[in-house]
Write a protein that binds this ligand. Structure first.
Ligand code: ACO
Length: 435
């Protein structure tokens, strides 16, 4: 639980430079950085600041979207445990929950499903834009650009103070993301883009846009639809992660949500974030067989490389999502046959969970360790893995953005720095320097 704090709790700070003492209030287990700013050696000098690269111990907002206890391996969306949502809900219902803060009534859900289904199509010019990419364009680059481009199709989205307008853009983005994701996949294959089939469920329609060929109606295996839907649920939000922070940071300038979410997609693209599942698969392929695992582990321990899919900034225990994914993997493999890389992954996990290097650093499998294996079994090339993550994460980004723009305490994100460069040098024009 978050430490709600004792009323009136405070921290006494003694500045040994001046001998002065300060009482700093503690609220919700935090102190305000601005209160530290009052600690000064001279009224004319800047106050004390905190240095926190990567924000490892800095709360940037108050949020009621997602709760994580990394030590205990707990993840809840709006208070509901991820295990229960993965078991009994659907991605669209979870999206509703994240955005609205509560589960829908039957009527609310029907309206939500209708709205999302109604907005799956994109303007034909978006299609032309996507067709302009090189044949080998990374689908994440295509997704990031096309989501950013949507801001030009919906200029009214800039009116972020109007709740109805915000709702419209949220619906559009959740609805269109599978269309853009699927088209970036078809593009690389040189196949025609498939239009949405609004008779299908959200996830079944996505599979249809990915894999439909000449058949008049695409009929996906319901077990695969369910597995992909669960994967979307698991990725739907994860509080202040790198991409949510990017969405919030860019959104804090009051730009439209398409621009903010496209920044989030950029953040997710990186191998330390959403790109990790792609990296896991490449790593498993490189290891090749169980016999090569000990030498690989030695290389990791010697600092030559990282065991991708292991470790997490927040989870210092088994990532709860990794547990659910392992189960989803079994369901998918029942349909597709077992991915031969699974054997290597299971052995790697077994060795790493017993090895002192990983145990001491509390490095456990994260959500990406097994997700790539499922995606590969579903016949996605590794470049598409992060696109799937982005589709799942969209409601989370938008819930975080919606919360940000209504939060009166938020300001434009603008951290401080510790300046380490030169000062007051005298500029000599090039004509004299090079003479
Ligand atoms: N393999 C080997 N050693 C590792 C790994 C790993 N995967 N992760 C962390 N470590 C080691 C570090 O070398 C460091 O060791 P040291 O104390 O001897 O220097 C220690 O564990 C702490 O690591 P940090 O890098 O300080 O941890 P941080 O919280 O900054 O990084 C991160 C978290 C980026 C996820 C890291 O664990 C990592 O790179 N993992 C591999 C990439 C990955 O799977 N990313 C997906 C994350 S989940 C997601 O975004 C959806």
């Amino acid at each position: 639980m978050t430490d709600a704090g004792t009323p009136g709790a405070s921290l006494t700070v003694r500045d040994n430079r001046t001998g002065q003492e300060y009482d700093v209030p503690i609220v919700d287990g935090t102190i305000r950085a601005a209160d530290l700013g009052k600690i000064k050696t001279d009224d004319d000098l800047p106050g004390l600041a905190v240095y926190d690269p990567g924000f490892t111990n800095t709360a940037s907002c108050r949020s009621s979207v997602t709760y994580i206890d990394g030590d205990k391996g707990i993840l809840e969306y709006r208070g509901y445990p991820i295990e229960q949502l993965a078991e009994g809900s659907t991605f669209l219902e979870v999206a509703y929950l994240l955005i609205h803060g509560a589960l829908p009534t039957k009527e609310e859900y029907a309206a939500w499903e209708h709205e999302i289904t109604y907005h799956t199509f994109v303007h034909e010019n978006v299609k032309s834009l996507m067709q302009g990419f090189r044949y080998d364009a990374h689908p994440m680059g295509m997704l990031m650009s096309s989501v950013g481009a949507l801001s030009t199709f919906y200029p009214a989205a800039r009116d972020i103070d109007d709740p109805a307008n915000r709702h419209m853009q949220i619906v559009r983005m959740i609805a269109k993301m599978p269309t853009l994701g699927a088209w970036s996949f078809r593009h690389a294959q040189g196949k025609p883009y498939v239009y949405p089939d609004n008779d299908l469920s959200y996830t079944a329609n996505f599979l249809s846009m990915l894999f439909k060929m000449s058949e008049s109606k695409f009929e996906p295996d319901e077990r695969l639809v369910k597995a992909l839907d669960v994967l979307f649920i698991l990725h739907a939000d994860h509080e202040q992660n790198c991409s949510a922070n990017a969405v919030r940071s860019v959104g804090s300038s009051q730009v439209d949500p398409y621009s903010a979410v496209s920044a989030g997609i950029g953040a997710l693209f990186g191998p330390l974030h959403g790109g990790a599942n792609e990296a896991v698969l490449r790593m498993l392929r490189r290891i090749g067989s169980k016999e090569n695992i000990p030498a690989f582990i030695d290389g990791v321990k010697n600092g030559n490389e990282r065991l991708m899919g292991f470790g997490h900034r927040v989870y210092k225990n088994y990532d709860p999502r990794a547990r659910i994914i392992k189960k989803a993997a079994d369901d998918v493999f029942e349909v597709t046959g077992v991915n031969p890389l699974l054997e290597i992954a299971l052995e790697l996990e077994k060795i790493a969970l017993e090895d002192e290097y990983f145990v001491k650093r509390k490095l456990y499998p994260n959500v990406d360790f097994y997700s790539g294996l499922i995606y590969e079994a579903l016949e996605f090339p590794p470049e598409m893995f992060t696109v799937l993550f982005a589709i799942g994460r969209t409601p989370g980004w938008l819930a975080q953005w919606n919360e940000l723009v209504q939060d009166k305490e938020q300001k434009i994100a603008r951290p401080k720095q510790i300046y380490t460069g030169e000062r007051t040098l005298d500029f000599v024009p090039a004509s004299q320097r090079w003479a």
